[in-house]
Ligand binder design. Structure first.
Ligand code: NAD
Ligand code: 89Y
Length: 343
């Protein structure tokens, strides 16, 4: 089959990773880029040798000549750009957070479904090598039925230097980072029926919350904790590792700092290294995230070429976004939130 042609909108901080990954993806490449900021457009166009450059997404869609669009802008523009893709019947990838509200997200999923085009949210953390390794061990049955889990991301890393807008929003860690951790909890232990959350802002220089502790009831009866912090000053900085603890009826799994994976089962204990690869264009400590960007973009390309729903389709992501909204609602009301009622 001929190579799929993609167009990327939003040539900012994170799009550099996406552009590098597209160069490594088998079966797709980027033929056009768009950014309303001419400087960013030229930086990315020159770095990746893309001639077709647009300041306006509508003009790019009108010209066409691509099979899918990769939307790498911040959340404010997601709904308009996904709707634009649907109206041109162009399959779309959209960065997280998928939408500002769950009701916008539902409308975006409906628009793509009505147009008959695939929609995937770039929810890449579940594609990280260590997270996939935990899922594989769990699915092997060695720890039996999981009844408890903890998904933890605690860091003091300065994310504001690369992404200054993160310091300015009323909402911060749940919407920006906890969204990934909640998605990992769903990916590992399944969908969630009810959620309770508490939040804090520790860093006085930012507007939103930088600490959140969230209790989840999963449909399968398991209970889990998602705890995230950008205010934790640790001896060895773990950014951007998600640490996981799972207890099952026959054993346990621990993914600890340094990508150490310990599995305890009826036949004993096995310790392995679940480190991500350092891709040629990647740099530590981001290499874990960067490798997952390549994995999710390859997954999209394979599904677009051969058919089938993506792991993080728009419809799937509604269930993760509902947890984000529920966490803010619960932190404000100090009450548990029924997730089923939101979907
Ligand atoms: P950024 O502000 O650096 O870049 C966004 C770019 O989009 C800017 O250059 C801006 O000019 C452009 N833009 C915005 N609206 C536009 C429009 N309507 N038309 C054309 N161009 C437009 O932001 P960023 O840090 O690169 O983040 C982008 C998204 O990626 C965010 O939603 C963020 O949450 C997400 N992100 C995801 C990961 C991950 O691991 N999945 C990591 C970091 C950031
Ligand atoms: O924006 C965030 C993300 O998605 O992954 C890490 C990050 O860059 C900072 O929290």
């Amino acid at each position: 089959m001929a190579e799929l042609k993609g167009a990327l909108i939003g040539c900012g901080f994170f799009a550099i990773n996406q552009m590098h990954a597209w160069q490594d993806v088998e079966g797709a490449s980027i033929v056009a880029i768009c950014d309303r900021d001419p400087e960013r457009l030229d930086i990315v166009g020159d770095q990746f040798g893309i001639e077709r450059r647009y300041a306006d997404a509508a003009a790019m869609f009108a010209d066409g000549g691509f099979d899918f669009v990769d939307i790498a802008t911040t959340v404010q523009s997601h709904r308009a750009l996904v709707d634009m893709a649907a109206s041109h019947k162009i399959p779309a990838i959209c960065q997280k957070p998928f939408a500002k509200t769950l009701s916008d997200a539902k409308a975006m999923v409906a628009a793509c479904a009505a147009a008959g085009v695939p929609l995937m949210v770039h929810e890449n953390f579940r594609w990280q090598t260590p997270i996939q390794a935990v899922k594989t061990v769990l699915q092997s049955g060695v720890i039996g039925e999981p009844f408890w889990g903890r998904f933890s991301f605690r860091s003091g890393y300065d994310v504001f230097s690369g992404q200054p807008y993160l310091a300015e929003g009323e909402r911060f860690i749940i919407e920006d980072l906890g969204i990934h951790t909640l998605d990992i909890a769903r990916f590992i232990l399944g969908d969630v029926s009810s959620l309770t959350a508490r939040t804090k802002r520790v860093n006085p220089k930012i507007k939103g919350e930088d600490v959140a502790t969230i209790l989840l009831d999963h449909d399968n009866g398991a209970t889990s904790i998602v705890d995230v912090s950008y205010a934790s000053k640790l001896a060895t900085e773990p950014f951007p590792e998600t640490l996981i603890e799972l207890d099952g009826t026959k054993g346990s799994i621990r993914l600890s700092q340094g990508y150490r994976l310990e599995v305890s089962g009826p036949d004993g204990v096995a310790v392995s290294d679940a480190s991500p690869q350092l891709l040629s264009w990647a740099s530590r400590p981001w290499h874990n995230i960067q490798e997952s960007v390549l994995a999710i973009q390859q997954h999209w390309t394979d599904r677009l070429a051969n058919g089938g729903e993506t792991s993080t389709s728009g419809a799937d992501n509604l269930k993760t976004l509902a947890l984000v909204e529920a966490a803010y609602e619960s932190a404000a009301s100090r009450r548990p939130v029924d997730i089923g009622a939101m979907l």
